[in-house]
Design a protein around this ligand. Sequence first.
Ligand code: R5P
Length: 294
Amino acid sequence: MADLEGNIAAKNYGLDTPQESPGSHIKGAGQLEFGMRHRLSRIFGDDGRTVMLAFDHGYFQGPTSGLERVDMNIVPLAPQADALMGTRGIFRSVIPAENDNALVLRASGGPSILKDLSDERIAMGIEDAVRIDAAGVAAQVFVGGEHETQTVHNMTRLVDAGMRYGIPVLGVTAVGRELTRDARYLGLATRVIAELGAQMVKTYFCEEDFEQVTAACPVPVIMAGGKKLPVPDALSMAYRAIDQGAAGVDMGRNIFQRQAPQAMMTAVKGLVHDGLNPKQAEEMYRDLSGGAND
Ligand code: R5P
């Protein structure tokens, strides 16, 4: 039985000593087999970072603002992204097969916004991920949620299936309304997901101690975007997440709901891969957009 009372608060995160990853430029990937590493290398650049564009929202909430027409809203942005995160329905029907983006395929689903979102199941077979040439598959995990065990089990089954075919899993921390997005919770959720086998974790940024979340997670942490923020706030959040150890961003609404999504893609890319600070990235956005004011 878990000894919760004797569970001494974690504090020694070794923040000055990055985790070594011999054999790979991707955190924790050095001992994976060839196919898995090859796919991860398509998601992450030579710098070990990724700009992933998320547009899978329709799988539970239908035609989201800014995603009414993925052919018009997302396809023009794809060349600037390292990876695209979407559903097999949209990949097959809308995304040109000629695109060379790494595809991260949404693999869990079930309930819509009309029901309890944590009641998800695995929503596709791994063979279809192979057929679609997915570089990774993604499953939502609701740590502390009503269906925690079920969603953890969804992910671990996906990890087993991915191991058979060399397809890495992106475990997505889904934070219910009643849970606080602080380092303690996000540290718990990301570590549970990584320990149970996901090769990448997507999670939200938190204002305090985010570097502890990334330090204690043995695989790459990718920052989730969340709801649309003013441009300076969105860029500052992405910058701080990377500065504190995130291996890139997986942003949706903060890009495709902008007045100038193309300009925002360029700014985010500059920040993730080219060392721009938030001010420089914001100036880039304003210049390229011709003065967008969002
Ligand atoms: C995450 O829970 C889902 O994958 C979302 O549909 C998507 O990734 C959210 O992206 P954003 O919050 O940046 O709009």
